[in-house]
Write a protein that binds this ligand. Structure first.
Ligand code: IPD
Ligand code: CA
Ligand code: CA
Length: 272
């Protein structure tokens, strides 16, 4: 791997070791009966003590070494980020419902930005012990092995598309787009339940398209960099705004190529 500037390699090494120890904590915890509570009384938005625990270990571990860095994390609003500093975007458990239900697909997702620009990203699939990693402009790795670029080809009819029932509902309500009409025009659909992992699976070639109308930056920042480093295409609407609306949700469509993204948007009649 080529080296980066400005203590970025030190940041990457530190966070990799923090992620590995948090992964061990989560793997052990996954066998327990995980007490959870609902956020805002929403039965599909859960939080466990491990979401907070992992977030705190990561933030405190990074802060100790790099006290001027700022943080945008899911479980705690840490105030405005300093756009002139390194910014860590962290989802301590992406896929908490899977974690609580003892499904295997959840991850620790971390992106490091310098101002508005991603520098590197990690998505750690805890149960599979797979560490996806990307460095801006340098490519992506899976457990240290370079990942192959995507072919840039593909068609909607051959695509495996990930979307959820909530996604169907919200796309209809906010964009007047009917995802149900995809039935019969695609190879199949899944709902994995961890946005960061879905983006990594597109990067690896296991899934082709992901559409989710209400994601937050901590769900996708790391996965997006990994996918884009391999030639995948991501549409975000509206675009990220770390200064003014860092905690707002956005529509995301992640695809294995710009060709598939255009075909998908055309098919759905989505003019964005
Ligand atoms: C959730 C997952 C899920 C997506 C939700 C996210 P969480 O993250 O990424 O796949 O559909 O919108 O909130 O709550 O498990 O961190
Ligand atoms: Ca998440
Ligand atoms: Ca989370």
């Amino acid at each position: 791997m080529k080296s980066m500037n400005n203590l970025e390699p030190q940041r990457l090494t530190l966070v990799k070791s923090l992620v590995k120890s948090c992964g061990e904590i989560l793997e052990k915890a996954a066998t327990e009966d995980n007490t959870h509570r609902l956020k805002k009384n929403n039965p599909s938005d859960l939080v466990t003590l491990y979401d907070n625990k992992v977030e705190n270990i990561l933030v405190q571990g990074i802060e100790r070494e790099f006290p001027k860095d700022s943080f945008l994390t899911e479980e705690m609003d840490r105030g405005p980020v300093n756009i002139n500093s390194y910014i860590w975007i962290i989802d301590p458990i992406d896929g908490t419902t899977n974690f609580v239900q003892r499904h295997r697909d959840y991850s620790i997702s971390i992106a490091c930005y310098k101002g508005d620009f991603p520098v590197f990203a990690l998505v750690y699939d805890v149960m599979a012990q797979e560490l996806f990693e990307a460095q801006k402009g340098q490519g992506a790795w899976l457990n240290g092995e370079r990942m192959l670029p995507l072919t840039g080809m593909g068609y909607l009819k051959n695509s495996l598309v990930d979307f959820s029932v909530n996604g169907i509902h919200t796309m209809k309500k906010h964009y007047n787009v009917d995802l149900v009409k995809l039935s019969g025009s695609i190879r199949g659909h899944r709902a994995l339940g961890s946005a960061s992992l879905i983006l990594c699976h597109i990067a690896r070639g296991d899934t082709d398209i992901y559409i989710s109308p209400k994601l937050h930056i901590w769900d996708y920042a790391a996965g997006n960099l990994i996918l884009q480093e391999l030639g995948g295409e991501v549409l975000l609407y509206p675009k990220d705004d770390l200064l003014h609306s860092p905690r707002s949700s956005r529509l995301l469509i992640g695809t294995n190529s710009s060709m598939v993204l255009e075909e998908f948007k055309d098919y759905l009649g989505l003019n964005l």
